[in-house]
Write a protein that binds this ligand. Structure first.
Ligand code: GLY
Ligand code: MN
Ligand code: MN
Length: 431
């Protein structure tokens, strides 16, 4: 791990939030992710499952967390099962958590080696009436790959057919969406690393530079700041490429007169930052580019002010749609007839702004959260309106990360990252 040790009070508190929502005499199991193979003996870099991470801080493969608050055996109220290590194993396989180190990371006293899991889990299940399993219920999740959680769930249903099965997901989505102060500090640090990357680019970008050179500058800045890299696949899209929402090739040359859309964010300690900025390749926006830029900026400012406790996401998205409609009328991109004839399920503004304005942000970039419950303080959302005009080879999106506060406007974790068009031009032209 490149990040500094995190105070285990975070995990102690997170577990307490989960267990207080469990039914009587049940246990809950959380599995780590697998290390995914490439071919031959190559593997992809490890990415921990965010739920076991959130509840324990264990950032290591082949790990299992069991929570059983009503166990008659005090030692079994919270248990970690980890891949066995020793001084000898460490020489061959590298450093893994010892039982003492796991206690320090997670604040969990009972740590067994993974090979003990079947026997101890059987004892625990004999005592429990039900089990919480951790299915992936993210609305956008779609994967062909069977995870360690999936394999565990299949097996437990076969091995223990008479236990009641409950879902961890709704609890995890609720508790993960409201961030603790320690988490907000980590997210702020991720945003600060992203800021360092952007400031580097303001001096680096000029006509003729290649999109991948920009990606490389960011990667360098992120890694020297203890990030393991991009929180999500970076989008470095110049000119018309910016109109391809998931453009990730990043292999074109940036031309004089183009605007470049950068949807890039560093991770820190597995927390994501998610930023979009649009920069003129030659350091100066044309009047038309600036008009579109400022239209998006006005929508963003209006939208941010609506991210307050009690607001409902569905209603918020409708209101942002109205702001965008008015800006598109002003830019001459749609007219009153388009609006009169529009399909209510796909309003006219969607021709130029076809994605959502905000999503939860946290350990996952598109973080878990309950979309149909009111927004509350401590939630973190992106705000990212955009206008995409393929006919003009121009796409503008502006995105910041915002913490909802008890009262007033949200706190912008990216408030120090240049945003106003004039400020960007000034910084790009500084010698
Ligand atoms: N970068 C992904 C997103 O903005 O949602
Ligand atoms: Mn983004
Ligand atoms: Mn986003």
């Amino acid at each position: 791990m490149k990040y500094d040790r995190i105070d285990n009070q975070l995990y102690i508190k997170n577990r307490s939030k989960f267990v207080h929502r469990m039914k009587a005499n049940t246990l809950a199991v959380f599995n780590s992710n697998d290390i995914f193979p490439i071919s031959a003996d190559s593997t992809m870099p490890f990415q921990q499952h965010r739920d076991i991470l959130y509840l324990s801080g264990v950032d290591q493969e082949e790990s299992i967390l069991v929570l059983f608050p009503d166990s008659k055996n005090n030692a079994h109220r919270e248990v970690l099962f980890l891949k066995e290590t020793s001084d000898l194993i460490a020489v061959w396989e590298g450093e893994k958590l010892t039982k003492q180190a796991a206690f320090e990371v997670a604040g969990i006293k009972t740590v067994y080696w993974l090979e003990q899991f079947p026997v101890i889990f059987k004892q625990m299940m004999a005592e429990a009436e039900g089990i919480y399993v951790n299915t992936n219920e993210h609305l956008r999740a779609s994967t062909e790959v069977e995870t360690r959680e999936d394999r565990f769930i299949k097996k437990v249903k076969v091995d223990y057919p008479s236990h009641q099965v409950h879902k961890s997901a709704p609890i995890m989505h609720k508790i993960r969406s409201v961030k603790e102060a320690i988490e907000l500090e980590l997210m702020q640090r991720a945003c600060k690393i992203t800021e360092a990357g952007v400031r580097r680019l303001l001096k680096f970008i000029k006509p003729g530079v290649w999109e991948y050179e920009i990606e490389a500058e960011l990667a360098h800045e992120f890694l020297i700041n203890r990030s393991k890299g991009f929180a999500y696949t970076p989008i470095v899209a110049s000119g018309k490429n910016a109109c391809v929402l998931h453009y990730i090739e990043n292999n074109k040359q940036c031309l004089d007169g183009d605007v470049i859309l950068l949807d890039v964010g560093a991770e820190y300690a597995n927390y994501a930052s998610d930023l979009t900025r649009c920069l003129p390749v030659n350091g100066k926006f044309t009047p038309r580019q600036k008009d579109v830029y400022n239209a998006v900026l006005r929508v963003k400012k209006g939208a941010e002010a609506m991210l307050v406790p009690g607001a409902m996401m569905a209603e918020y998205h409708k209101e942002v749609g109205k702001l965008m409609e008015s800006e598109l009328l002003g830019l001459g991109l749609i007219d009153k007839t388009d609006i009169q004839n529009q399909n209510p399920d796909w309003p006219a503004y969607k021709k130029y702004f076809m994605h959502g304005t905000s999503h939860f942000l946290g350990l996952d970039t598109h973080d878990v959260g309950l979309w149909n419950e009111p927004i509350s303080a401590g939630m973190v959302f992106t705000c990212e309106p955009g206008i995409y005009i393929p006919a003009e080879g121009l796409g503008i999106r502006l995105e910041d990360d915002l913490v909802v506060q008890e009262s007033g406007k949200p706190f912008n974790l990216m408030k120090d990252i240049p945003l106003e068009a004039d400020e960007i031009e000034t910084l790009m032209n500084e010698k």
